[in-house]
Design a binder for this molecule. Structure first.
Ligand SMILES: [Zn+2]
Ligand SMILES: [Zn+2]
Length: 217
């Protein structure tokens, strides 16, 4: 497969199609294994930055396309293929599931994965979606990084662990408001009782649909 084929998402401008397309390292996610060789035990360290492809995201958070993903990996030649271990630093942006505030963070993720050689027993005895494959002399790190990132993206990201969310009455961010922020809303049905007893009645425990009362007064 020509190197340029992996850019079919269109996110990366193809540029002039010259000999440059065949330059090793043109796609930083694609590792040329010829340097590593197939002798079991040989190793290669990878420390590089690669641009995130488009689409690494879940609902509220994701990796900005083109964002710098830092790879620190060790490739180790084993009998059946190449074992990839190491970690990734991945920039993520999104919004808080509670207060919608923008979030910017970096994920630190560990990876460990075996890529099977073509023709290896592992390749013959596993499905393509179980064990990653080495294609010819190349190993594509992008699908591994993508799966690792997407699996670790939170479905409900928060700006801070104890983000209080939004005020249900006015929609403002509670963490930006004074601690005693509340609204004097007395349900018309309780107004008479409140007058009589001085405090609004509290609902008994376990009552479904508990009425939000302003207990501060
Ligand atoms: Zn928040
Ligand atoms: Zn409010």
């Amino acid at each position: 497969m020509p190197a340029a084929a992996s850019n079919r998402s269109g996110a990366v401008s193809p540029g002039p199609r010259t000999a440059g397309d065949r330059r090793p390292g043109a796609n930083p996610w694609r590792i040329d294994l010829r340097e590593l060789g197939r002798r079991a035990g040989s190793m290669q360290e990878i420390d590089r930055t690669a641009p995130a492809p488009d689409g690494w995201r879940v609902e509220l958070i994701g990796v900005p396309a083109g964002g710098d993903v830092h790879l620190r990996l060790r490739l180790e030649s084993v009998m059946e293929g190449v074992l990839v271990t190491g970690d990734l630093d991945v920039p993520v942006t999104g919004s808080c599931a509670r207060c919608l505030e923008p979030i910017e963070d970096t994920l630190h993720l560990d990876v460990q994965e075996l890529y099977a050689y073509e023709g290896s027993t592992t390749e013959a005895t596993s499905e393509e979606d179980e064990v990653r494959r080495i294609e010819g002399d190349f190993l594509d790190l992008a699908p591994l990084a993508r799966d690792t990132v997407v699996l670790n993206l939170p479905l409900a990201p928060v700006c801070t662990e104890d983000c209080a969310g939004l005020c249900v009455d006015c929609g403002q961010r509670l963490d930006d408001l004074p601690a005693d922020h509340h609204h004097e809303i007395v349900d018309a049905r309780w107004a008479g009782l409140a007058e009589k007893f001085g405090t609004p009645p509290t609902s008994s425990p376990g009552t479904p649909g508990e009425i939000p009362t302003t207990e501060e007064n």
